[in-house]
Design a protein around this ligand. Structure first.
Ligand code: ADP
Ligand code: MG
Length: 557
């Protein structure tokens, strides 16, 4: 092929692909434009996951008639003038790419009025061409409506997941902006249903209440630190409240929502030793740094940033959160139940020989030998002897494997044991959790859950799988919804559900087991399909062969 410069409409399509990955990216660009325009009220109205329609209305400055058409030109922006401005960006947008990119692949309507104009101006564009232009009535502000996103990019439509999945991304995004801008009143409407409404009264705690519920809002601790030009503030959970995913960590740098492994690590390390393995804090952290210490211009979506002084920022966040935690009354008393006390160490439980010595395998096993239990170590591992050396079995991982196999087997045979709750439990979901629940309601039902809407993002749990732990049901369901929403695991949904239920229903590390219980556990482990790994693929046991022992003791070379 000869080298040639691409036609403008192809260039526009390619560019659109960069900015508009999916409906949620369009919502992001439009909401950012509204915020940049100083809006104090933003309404986002989405239909069919945004594929059919996305409408964002604000009461911001509006666009003057004379500039409206230019706004749809590539690299047209009112936010920066020259290179020096790029170093001191305070707005969320600045590339001038969003409106033209969106317009290039869809049909867009815009109606806008500034405070100095009497009537508002209206434009309708299709594939970047203006097809209608007139004056209409509207109070000050702007409404942009995007119709049939991807109609002209059918390839992308194919990759889109279900309406509910798209809704859940949008709910999560709008929740983040609501957290970043407590002074702005947000309304999110998904398929004519009010999903989120914030009051815009400027209180972060209130917004947290709207999104994560009252319990969290009442208990989060204040984070506050000013150090020269860098300011950190926000709210973070006490060690007694945590979640099994990182979805509840939000960071805003100069009010821009960012995903940053650095900030995540700094926060999580401040909780070191305070949370159980696999648990994560709930934090909303605002960081203000002089914009010259920051590079936001790494990627068109601007979700990534680079700090000039990484280590410095890390230390400050870490310190600010530590200080907040130190002020929490519970922080010092609660720690992970892993330590081995000296009495436990001396207890005769470690070697027990008074019960039936050998466990006879009942099913042909995948290389699980006959084991003789010697005792329990650290209330965490079962110590056993096999024909060839020593076995250390992780009681938690082993039990997880057993439950996982059983849950999946019951489901596959359509014989899930269900337990009705005598006293149904009510739980409040975040906008994102609600969307995930709506998307997975049937699956959850197949696994034994009956969860019914109770209005206003409240849900009633009437039945649960009989195999599920009966304590902290709400926590387990929250973790389950997180797992279902997670993108990092490509597993089919039934495996996700079984994994999540198994993980939370199990014997924890730190629980003392009787000899009988240990025998039973090993017997059941033998009957699973893969006794040597837990559902996450970690080993359930460690084997030290007689040969290895002899080598370690220098009996052989
Ligand atoms: P950018 O936000 O990077 O400047 P956009 O393509 O998103 O680029 O928008 C182009 C311009 O249109 C903006 O710079 C702004 O002047 C104007 N604009 C877009 N949306 C709004 C809005 N909701 N209210 C006021 N002005 C807007
Ligand atoms: Mg913009």
């Amino acid at each position: 092929m000869t080298i040639k410069v691409l036609e403008p409409d192809i260039v526009a399509k390619i560019a659109a692909g960069e900015v508009i990955e999916r409906p949620v990216s369009v919502v992001k660009e439009l909401v950012e434009n509204s915020l940049d325009a100083g809006a104090t009220q933003i309404t986002i109205d989405v239909q069919a996951g945004g594929v059919e329609q996305i409408k964002v209305s604000d009461n911001g400055t509006g666009i003057p008639v004379s500039e409206l058409e230019i706004a749809f030109h590539r690299y047209a922006t009112s936010k920066i003038n020259d290179l020096s401005d790029l170093e001191k960006i305070t707005s969320l947008g600045f590339r001038g790419e969003a409106l033209p990119s969106i317009a290039a692949v869809t049909e867009v309507e815009i109606i806008t009025r500034t405070s100095s104009e009497v009537v508002s101006s209206y434009l309708r564009l299709r594939k970047g061409e203006i097809i209608e232009r007139e004056s209409r009535a509207r109070p000050q502000g702007t409404t942009v409506t995007v119709h049939h996103l991807f109609r002209f990019l059918p390839a992308r439509l194919k990759f889109l997941k279900s309406v509910n999945t798209e809704n859940s991304h949008i709910a999560h995004l709008v929740s983040q902006y609501a957290l970043a801008f407590p002074e702005v009143k947000f309304n999110l409407i998904l398929d004519k249903r009010l999903s989120l409404r914030t009051t815009g009264d400027g209180e972060l705690r209130e917004v947290i209440g709207e999104i994560y519920g009252l319990e969290i809002a009442q208990n989060v601790l204040k984070v506050e630190q000013v150090d020269g030009l860098t300011k950190i503030n926000g709210l973070t959970s006490p060690p007694s409240l945590s979640r099994s995913s990182r979805n509840y960590l939000s960071f805003f740098v100069n009010r821009r929502w960012v995903r940053s492994p650095l900030l995540t690590r700094a926060t999580e390390e401040a909780y070191h030793g305070l949370l159980m393995d696999g648990q994560h804090p709930i934090s909303v952290i605002n960081i203000f740094v002089p914009s010259r210490e920051l590079d936001v211009n790494i990627h068109p979506a601007k979700a990534q940033i680079k700090f000039c002084q990484d280590q410095e920022i890390f230390n400050r966040i870490h310190k600010a959160i530590k200080e907040a935690l130190a002020r929490s009354p519970i922080a010092s008393s609660k720690s992970v139940p892993f330590s081995l006390s000296s009495e436990q160490w001396q207890s005769p439980r470690l070697i027990m020989d008074n019960e039936p010595a050998f466990v006879i395998a009942q099913l042909p096993t995948i290389e699980l030998p006959v084991l003789r239990i010697l005792g329990q170590l650290s209330n965490t591992y079962i110590v056993a002897e096999g024909p060839d050396g020593l076995y250390l079995i992780d009681q938690h991982a082993a039990h997880e494997r057993i439950l996982y196999d059983r849950i999946l087997a019951q489901w596959a045979q359509k014989e899930v044991e269900v337990q009705g709750l005598l006293h149904p439990i009510t739980m409040e979901l975040s906008p994102r959790e609600e969307e995930t629940l709506r998307a997975s309601k049937e699956f959850l039902f197949e696994f034994g859950f009956t969860i019914e809407p109770f209005g206003n993002r409240s849900y009633v749990i009437r039945a649960i799988p009989a195999l599920m732990a009966k304590s902290n049901i709400i926590e387990i369901i929250t973790a389950l919804l997180d797992k279902l929403a997670s993108k990092d695991s490509p597993n089919p949904w039934e495996e996700k559900i079984a994994q999540s239920l198994a993980c939370h229903g199990t014997i924890r590390a730190g629980q003392q087991l009787s000899n009988k219980e240990m025998l039973e556990l090993i017997k059941q482990l033998e009957q699973t399909k893969q006794p040597r790994t837990c559902p996450h693929g970690r080993p359930t046991m460690i084997h030290l062969s007689s040969h290895q022992l002899e080598k370690q003791f220098g009996r052989i070379n």
